[in-house]
Design a protein around this ligand. Structure first.
Ligand SMILES: Cc1cc2nc3c(=O)[nH]c(=O)nc-3n(C[C@H](O)[C@H](O)[C@H](O)COP(=O)(O)OP(=O)(O)OC[C@H]3O[C@@H](n4cnc5c(N)ncnc54)[C@H](O)[C@@H]3O)c2cc1C
Length: 479
């Protein structure tokens, strides 16, 4: 028996050899933590470190959106008294245009540089990286086939599966990479599409619709529901719909794409009601499929749901001993931040370290449209259904002095406080850079901070964050 005070205590419980399948945020964040804890870590990655998050999803899309936002600000600057040449109109359109080849070149370079940086930081702390396709072999080892066709066995005491997901395709709407695109192919465009039809009005569809419109494309968004962003706060979705209407994004609501085909000029999208939309390009954003096929899960006793997602608990354990899973392959919440947290939690658990199980109500997330929509914690729907007893304040930004100065007309702050305790249990922020404004409210939700304490915290004057404190102030309960 090793005394608890022994310096060797950790190693008698913790796996010495950790193998990680997949080098996205779920995998590489886990590798950093495991190597830091002294384990011998191997990451098996097929495409490049950083995974889809860095190479095709988060980094390129948010870099594209950064250009779209720069265009928006240039276009909106006439309202601030800015003039270009002899141009003197206050109209939405200015003479700014996006050099999309340059934009795409920049975002792809950024993605590859980021991938290289992640690889370098892993190598610097001694993580072994094997480029190749891996699969689990019992009990919890990995077999890797490299690009050259050689196979190699990575023996491990514990394994983390973080294989991510790939775009879902409809049989009648196969991407060709030129006119019919999935989100990984959108960065090959050499011209701003004349008219992009975006199929799917979830987060990815709404973000691309918003971005391409700001970049100068005509855009139609096909939504199977009666509104965009069906999973988000209804008030927030309404603000976005109004913004879409103002800048000319057309929304075909309650419409499902049945087929997408190429025409001589572009694309034709046939909807299930028989109507037809014509455009120059079509972007399919209809969700993801977990990369869990043919990777040896069943052979190792790892159970999956019907959807193919790996079943995990709140500390990332699968149904097999010493096999953990993190990220999009688990379907817990398809966010890079959640994947990374699941990966870290998995390593802490396998190391026998203190673990805080994943709490989904503490996840802050953002829709990078214009305006942005950031949320954390309890939702309006959960309050309305009686699942949570909460007081709610919604404060429009229109009266905020900083909003007036910066010509922000759309947006609001909404805070939910628990009845009785007065602690912040949820929030929605709709604003430019809402992704940066949500953090104090995420902190309040995570740390169960009272609305009076949020209200009593100094904010900069003038600032949009002043509205966070003001909304909290209005939730004060007079006893
Ligand atoms: C367009 C778009 C924008 C997004 N924007 C955001 C955002 O702004 N913020 C956010 O938090 N999330 C965002 N997401 C979600 C985010 O991309 C995912 O949640 C995140 O990538 C999940 O990380 P992961 O580690 O699970 O998987 P991935 O990032 O998909 O990485 C998995 C890796 O595993 C590798 N792999 C798979 N199978 C094997 C195998 N058998 N052998 C070897 N390697 C294998 C793959 O090559 C891949 O590199 C976005 C998603 C999309 C589609």
């Amino acid at each position: 028996m090793v005394p608890v005070t022994s310096p060797d205590f950790r190693t008698h419980f913790a796996p010495d050899r950790v193998a990680i399948l997949g080098g996205g945020p779920g995998g590489y964040e886990a590798a950093l933590v495991a190597a830091d804890a002294g384990a011998q870590v191997t990451v098996v990655e097929d495409k490049g470190l950083g995974g889809s998050a860095v190479l095709t999803d988060v980094v390129p899309s948010k870099t594209l959106i950064a250009t779209a936002d720069a265009m928006r600000r240039v276009n909106a600057s006439t309202a601030f008294g800015v003039r270009f040449g002899d141009h003197s109109s206050d109209a939405y359109e200015t003479e700014a245009w996006a050099d999309i080849s340059k934009v795409n070149e920049r975002l792809l370079k950024l993605a590859h540089d980021q991938s290289r940086d992640i690889q370098a930081s892993l190598e610097a702390i001694g993580v072994t990286i094997i480029r190749g396709r891996g699969r689990l072999v019992p009990p919890h080892h990995l077999e890797v086939t490299t690009a050259g066709g050689e196979t190699q066995l990575v023996e491990a005491d514990a394994v983390l599966v973080a294989t991510g997901a790939h775009p879902r395709e409809l049989p009648s709407a196969q991407p060709d990479g030129e006119r019919i695109l999935n989100w990984t192919q959108a960065y090959n465009l050499t011209e701003v599409p004349e008219h992009m039809i975006v199929v799917g009005s979830g987060v990815t569809g709404a973000e691309f619709a918003s971005a391409y419109r700001r970049l100068g494309a005509g855009v139609t968004l096909v939504s199977s529901r009666d509104r965009v962003l069906p999973g988000e706060d209804a008030d927030a979705a309404r603000v976005l719909e109004n913004s879409f209407a103002r800048v000319g994004v057309q929304v075909a609501s309650q419409s499902r794409a049945e087929a997408v085909e190429r025409t001589a000029e572009g694309v034709r999208v046939t909807l299930t009601d028989g109507s037809v939309l014509e455009g120059s390009h079509c972007l399919m954003a209809v969700g993801g499929i977990p990369n869990t096929e043919d990777i040896g899960l069943a052979e190792c006793g790892v159970e999956t749901a019907e959807s193919g997602h790996i079943l995990v608990d709140s500390v990332s354990r699968t149904t097999a001993n010493n096999v953990y899973a993190a990220g999009d392959c688990t379907g817990v919440m398809p966010l890079a931040s959640v994947a990374a947290m699941q990966g870290r939690v998995a390593i802490s658990h396998m190391q026998g370290d203190a673990v805080k199980p994943l709490k989904l109500h503490q996840v802050a997330s953002n829709v990078f449209t214009s305006p942005e929509i950031a949320t954390v914690g309890v939702t309006q729907e959960q309050v309305d259904s009686g699942k949570y007893q909460a007081d709610v304040v919604k404060l429009d930004l229109a009266t905020n002095p900083r909003a007036k100065m910066t010509n922000v007309k759309d947006g609001f702050v909404k805070i939910f406080s628990r009845k009785g305790s007065g602690t912040v249990i949820g929030a929605v922020v709709v604003a430019p850079r809402a992704s940066e404004l949500i953090f104090p409210l995420a902190l309040a939700v995570t740390q169960k901070i009272h609305v009076d304490d949020v209200a009593a915290t100094f904010t900069v004057y003038p600032s949009l964050s002043g509205s966070l404190a003001e909304a909290a102030r209005r939730l004060h309960v007079h006893l």
